[in-house]
Design a binder for this molecule. Structure first.
Ligand SMILES: [Fe+2]
Length: 396
């Protein structure tokens, strides 16, 4: 197998990193950047400080502080038009995943056309995106080191995905000050999502020694810092959390996401289940499913989680599950679905809807049968019948 490993984004991380935003913007040749954020972030002191630093560095800064829960097509296209008309030469995001996705969408559309809807898919645009600096304010999406962006088209209710090697952010600034005001529930959900990104990369058939190294160290950092990062005022733990989230996305950006994200997708799309709950509940069950074909990965994962691997695989899988459950319970995220979240009567429908997966697999013609394969890059092939069994294991 010939493997690719992309990681062109410069990471500037550690306490105080955000104070370098002015020189970093100048270093990328920006003179007139657009800063993208949302109303909650725009009200924080670290955001105001960042704007002041940019202006003190001589930059002519414009702002868009109107992002919402999702990156929206109208925001992306509207701000891209503004960037062109005002001659803006770079995009800076200070915010969570939807802010970063909005900024990346603007940076892609501005030099390439009029609407992101024409640029979906992989590498479906010609010109390099505008220079980008991303300062995440959650440790979860990893979008600050990803070439892709996810934008919601509110008119058609579709989520549009686009990006390619020409749309990697240039710089990611990881400063723990940005996590200090995050509510614990949101912080916990993000951290669980980041943890699943690393674990999914580990159990991918596209995994390489490079992605394994990032994934395992990301899990080790997360497992060691998550409780203190979320439940106490610990700057060091928050810095580890942010770095672990970026590392997890470097791993899954190259090795892709597996069965937990694939099975969570229909729950999110059809049943409106939050992503972080879907992948968090599924991940221990998916690890148990994959472990028999990758026992050495299971052993490494147990160690990274701080659990003692057993002499037999069954014991190691149980140790991993217990470590996940303890961690999730400590930070206050669910370890099982309720009947309201996933009604048992809808499991068959969800398993069938999972077939195309995240990467555009085809639906079978005609009726869905037990033996049809769910498209996903995990080390173990999963059929529709196995997907149903996995969902059924997700109750308390
Ligand atoms: Fe995720």
């Amino acid at each position: 197998m010939i493997a690719n490993f992309f990681m062109p984004t410069r990471l500037v991380h550690g306490p105080g990193a955000l104070s370098r935003i002015g020189e970093l913007a100048r270093g990328l040749g920006m003179a007139r950047p657009l800063v993208v954020s949302d109303p909650a972030i725009a009200a924080t002191a670290f955001y105001r400080d960042a704007l002041a630093t940019l202006r003190a560095a001589g930059l002519d800064v414009a702002t868009f502080e109107g992002c919402g829960i999702d990156a929206r097509l109208a925001h992306v296209d509207g701000e891209a038009a503004r960037v062109r008309s005002e001659g803006r030469d770079g995009v800076i995001a200070i915010g969570g995943g939807s802010v970063i996705c909005t900024a990346k969408g603007i940076a892609i559309v501005a030099p390439n056309g009029t609407t992101f809807a024409d640029m979906t898919g992989v590498a479906n645009f010609r010109n390099k995106a505008l220079p980008m600096i991303m300062a995440p304010t959650t440790a979860g999406s990893g979008s600050e080191v990803s070439q892709f962006t996810l934008v919601k088209d509110e008119a058609s209710h579709r989520k549009l995905v686009g990006g390619g090697p020409l749309s990697f952010p240039d710089v990611a600034i990881l400063d723990p000050v940005t996590l200090a005001t995050l509510p614990p529930r949101a912080a916990a959900g993000s951290a669980v999502d980041a943890l699943t990104h690393a674990v999914e990369a580990l159990f991918s058939f596209l995994a390489t020694p490079l992605t394994d190294a990032l994934a395992l160290e990301s899990v080790r950092l997360q497992a060691g810092s998550m409780r203190r990062s979320i439940l106490s005022d610990d700057e060091r733990a928050r810095a580890d959390n942010l770095l672990a989230s970026s590392m997890a996305n470097m791993a899954c950006g190259n090795a892709r996401l597996g069965l937990a994200h694939t099975l969570s997708l229909p729950l999110e799309a059809i049943l409106d289940l939050p992503h972080t709950i879907g992948v968090g509940v599924l991940i221990p069950r998916v690890v148990a499913f994959n472990a028999p074909v990758a026992p050495e990965k299971a052993r490494a994962l147990a160690l990274a989680l701080g659990a003692a691997p057993a002499d037999d695989l069954r014991g190691t899988v149980a140790a991993i599950r217990d470590a996940f459950f303890r961690l999730f319970e400590d930070v206050g995220t669910p370890t099982a679905f309720t009947q309201e979240q996933l009604p048992q009567a809808r499991i068959a429908e969800m398993a069938a809807a999972a077939i195309p997966g995240l990467y555009g697999g085809a639906m079978p013609e005609g009726e869905v049968r037990d033996g049809h394969v769910v498209h996903q890059p995990g080390v173990r092939r999963a059929t529709v019948a196995e997907a149903r069994a996995l969902y059924a294991q997700c109750y308390a």
